[in-house]
Design a protein around this ligand. Sequence first.
Ligand code: 1GP
Length: 240
Amino acid sequence: MRKIYQNILDAIASKRKLLAVLIDPDKMDIEKASDFMAKVNTSIVTHIFVGGSVVEENDTAILVSKIKKLTTLPVIVFPGDVSQITEQADAILFLSLISGRQPEYLIGKHVKAVSKLRQIDLEVIPTGYILIENGKQTAVEKVTGTQPMSRNNIPLVVDTALAGEFLGKKLIYLEAGSGATHPIDTIMISEVKKTIQIPLIVGGGIRTKAQLWSAYNSGADIVVIGTALEDDESFFNELV
Ligand code: 1GP
């Protein structure tokens, strides 16, 4: 079944906004997964992203397998590394870090991933991943050794997103970084959205319902929330 991307397109065509909760296997206590997923299932969350910058081998597979038993929502690998690919999931964001100039994160790890991907039935969704500076160094910067793009140079970010689309990416992900101090600026979201035809994901530093709605109103098709729900599960009460 390769329907995750098509379902995203269908949702956008019918003007439905999508919300992904990001679960980091390194931070989620597997014993608490049932309670967490019960809250996810009664909220407006539409997708589960699983991944992290630094995750122990097999932790992603164990967590995804557990989550799949606890929800009918699609589970998508958002990998920090090749080792996080697991056939238990429904799809993978095949991320190319197009804000950076590090060959390993533009094509190197992708080649390494193929031997695993060709053996399993995982929907592969090519994604242009754009890291924007947010006031503090993010895990993505440290792990990848790349610089984020300036949040003040919106034209360059717009051109980068469109270059990603021209390269054949199916999604663009504007990322402020996990736990970002400043979420992606609303003007940047709207300028990118105006320019690209493919769906737009926005994540990093979104902690309130107001920030969520301003991302949607600016043009985000999918918003990703991780830290805010990890830190305070009562935030789910606002997402029903
Ligand atoms: C990080 O965009 C995601 O990759 C989510 O960020 O943890 O800040 O919500 P937060």
